[in-house]
Design a protein around this ligand. Structure first.
Ligand code: 5AD
Ligand code: SF4
Length: 442
């Protein structure tokens, strides 16, 4: 091991980037890097970027601008851009930002140690290939280091759906599932290191079809059922799902597998069939609503969340109102909504665009409705018992915070409990973004 060097990673965007950032830190540990959360101390700064909407990419360029003074003060500092902006705009980043030494796309993280050596020696490196090998096979998790009570585990990456607004099929590449044996090993290791809850990640996680130990192709439901046998692992979640891949065995698992949490992020994007068609979603509002019914028949207390895009090219006021109708019909626990953002290289970017004012107006109306529903879901918990997995100390001394089965943030006086403990909590009141309660004995 070389002398201790410091690595600072800033993560933008989705949970998969959070997972990837952890794996990059682990990949660079043998090269002598320890993580720091102070950029000014770092010998290597990596920005793990997101390209999903315009603002996300802009943030990267302004962050790079801010790093200029650090680099001027420290000639040994190396700066890298990773993630989806790196994949989409690799060469342009090198051209626009001379202070960037390294550009690495999401499929090449296992080659980071050798790239680091090249930039240390003064080179500039660009690697945005889609190599044939599985990068995760070359990114072993370090055993021994304690994990937090909750962990992410990428089981599937990429997407073949080509929704007409989305860059993911271009930045993350074709849909690919990791083999079952590796995932079970990794989950086992996480549980042994203290993880109590694992969230299985994939851009299209319910399209999972990895190779099982028996050589057959395993569904996500089968993977979940097998993973649920791991001792010490108490909870399993998965995200993000496409309605068309919500298979019967997965719906059934929600009713049968006790460790699978009653919460599902199931993006619908719009309530208008005309817009869904233009988005190339290949489902209708009606089929989505029917799917929700089947899920709730399997698990009546299932909490749902979704993503919505407003102001997609061609969206009329009437289209938008059908989206509001769909939200009212489903009743979400939470949801994310975005103004449509034209992404270069995607089909919808070429179409006639809706004005910013209209987008902003629709966004605020949709968000107001979603906020009402989220508040109602929180208030419905008052007086009830939630099972809470505590994650960390709360804001006040002696307090712990964690998540309920339905992913509500809950805080309570610790009362002898510690992070990693699962406890029954009586909910006393709903606050702005969390629930407050008290741990029940037993
Ligand atoms: N504009 C706005 N929102 C988008 N999303 C994906 N691409 C775009 C875009 N071009 C949203 C979708 C998706 C979420 C991750 O981001 O709602 O589900
Ligand atoms: Fe993007 Fe999701 Fe559609 Fe794939 S399914 S193209 S990741 S929005």
């Amino acid at each position: 091991m070389g002398e201790a060097k410091k690595l600072y990673i800033r993560t933008y965007g989705c949970q998969m980037n959070v997972y990837d950032s952890e794996r990059m830190a682990e990949a660079l540990a043998p090269a002598g890097y320890a993580l720091t959360d102070v950029p000014a101390e770092a010998d290597l700064i990596l920005l793990n970027t997101c390209h999903i909407r315009e603002k996300a990419a802009e943030k990267v360029y302004s962050e790079l601008g801010r790093l200029k003074s650090l680099k001027a003060g420290n000639p040994d500092l190396r700066i890298g851009v990773a993630g989806c902006v790196a994949q989409a705009e690799g060469e342009e980043i090198l051209r626009r930002q001379p202070l960037v030494d390294l550009v690495v796309g999401p499929q090449s993280y296992h080659r980071l140690p050798e790239m680091e050596a090249r930039v240390r020696a003064g080179g500039r490196v660009l690697d945005t290939d889609f190599p044939a090998e599985d990068k995760f096979a070359h990114l072993p998790r370090r055993a021994g280091t304690p994990a937090g009570p909750t962990a992410f585990l990428t089981v599937q990456e990429g997407c073949d759906k080509f929704c007409s607004f989305c860059v993911v099929p271009y930045t993350r590449g074709a849909e690919a599932s990791r083999p079952v044996a590796r995932l079970l090993d990794e989950a086992q290791a996480l549980a042994a290191r203290g993880a109590r809850e694992i969230t299985l990640l994939g851009q299209n996680v319910n399209a999972y079809h990895g190779e099982g130990q028996d050589g057959a192709s395993w569904s996500l439901a089968r993977l979940i059922r097998e993973m649920a046998r791991i001792e010490g692992l108490l909870r399993i979640r998965y995200t993000t799902s496409h309605p068309n891949d919500m298979a019967d065995d997965l719906i059934a698992a929600h009713g049968e597998e006790g460790k699978l949490m009653p919460y599902l992020h199931l993006p619908v994007q719009s309530g208008s069939d005309r817009i869904l068609k233009a988005m190339n979603r290949r489902h209708t509002a009606e089929t989505y609503l029917r799917l929700v019914e089947r899920l709730r028949a399997a698990r009546p207390d299932l909490a749902l969340s979704s993503d919505f895009i407003v102001g997609f090219p061609g969206e009329t006021e009437a289209d938008f109102e059908t989206t509001l109708d769909l939200v009212r019909a489903v009743g979400y626990h939470s949801a994310f909504s975005f103004k449509y953002s034209p992404r270069p290289g995607t089909p919808a970017a070429e179409r006639a665009q809706i004005s910013e004012d209209v987008k902003a107006d629709r966004l605020s109306r949709l968000q107001a409705l979603i906020d009402d529903q989220a508040r109602a879901a929180q208030e419905a918990m008052v007086g009830r018992i939630a099972e809470v997995l505590f994650e960390k100390p709360g804001r006040l001394p002696g307090q712990l915070v964690g998540k309920s089965e339905h992913l509500h943030a809950v805080h309570a006086p610790a009362d002898g409990a510690a992070p990693g403990d699962l406890r029954r909590v009586r909910i006393a009141r709903a606050e702005a973004h969390s629930l407050a309660g008290e741990i029940r004995p037993g």
